[in-house]
Design a binder for this molecule. Structure first.
Ligand code: NAP
Length: 200
């Protein structure tokens, strides 16, 4: 398969391709990293990416920034930032991919543990993850041309534990290898509308 992975040079992106790259052609995409540049917040940039990529069987997104901060200090603008970036960025790609992927292709988006296991300062990221998972479940029942859509929801990755130190008390970090197998299941398996949770 030819698979575009947007965010493939990030922590989750590297995990996502760790197993798939053994059997498939991976096109590494990112805003400034990788060999195909795209801004998932910009529809023209997305159109150019699909034009440049040619025929594609699967697309994986591992992008998205959300606001971490105390609820009582959170502003609507900070909250909206998470919606615009992590939610709309991945939905922009999914919507564009519907007419670009080969028949029988797949879309895999990325959420995270916070909407099933809340953390302090995580209201924005939890809301974004929940919305994205609802989109996947609903979109899956009207996918065209046998295209499938799924979601991988990793717990805190082992390689990111230091970066988020103090935010996830008691969470057992998950191995990048296990996270990689969840993306393999989403791409090579037959599921549609599934959220693959990877917890420690
Ligand atoms: N790390 C974890 O433990 C963990 C656990 C669960 C869920 N998640 C979720 O997984 C996602 C990725 O997290 P991460 O830790 O892997 O982040 P990361 O290391 O910062 O990587 C983000 C990747 O996304 C790309 N990217 C960011 N904005 C983009 C845009 N507008 N257009 C195109 N590409 C863009 C970046 O490319 P450039 O560098 O070229 O900008 C980079 O390759 C986030 O949604 C996060 O919430 C992470």
């Amino acid at each position: 398969m030819r698979i575009i992975v947007i965010g493939a040079e990030g922590a989750v992106g590297r995990a996502a391709i760790s197993d798939l790259k053994l059997r498939h052609e991976i096109i590494v995409a990112g805003r400034s990293s990788g060999n195909l540049h795209v801004d998932v917040l910009d529809e023209d940039s997305i159109a150019r990416m699909f034009e440049a990529a040619g025929a594609i069987d699967a697309i994986i997104t591992t992008t998205g920034k959300t606001h971490f901060g105390p609820l009582v200090e959170m502003t609507p603008a900070q909250f909206k930032g998470g919606l615009d970036d992590k939610l709309m960025g991945q939905i922009n790609i999914a919507l564009a991919a519907l007419s670009k992927l080969r028949d029988g292709g797949s879309i895999t988006v990325t959420t995270g543990v916070t909407n099933r296991d809340p953390i302090r300062q995580g209201a924005n990221t939890a809301a974004v993850n929940g919305a994205l998972e609802a989109f996947v479940r609903s979109a899956s029942i009207e996918m065209p041309r046998n295209i499938r859509i799924n979601c991988v929801s990793p717990g805190l990755l082992d390689v990111s534990a230091k970066k988020y130190e103090g935010y996830f008390p008691g969470h057992i970090p998950v191995s990048s290898e296990r996270v990689g197998f969840a993306y393999t299941k989403a791409v090579e398996g037959a599921h549609n509308g599934t959220v693959f949770a990877v917890d420690g």
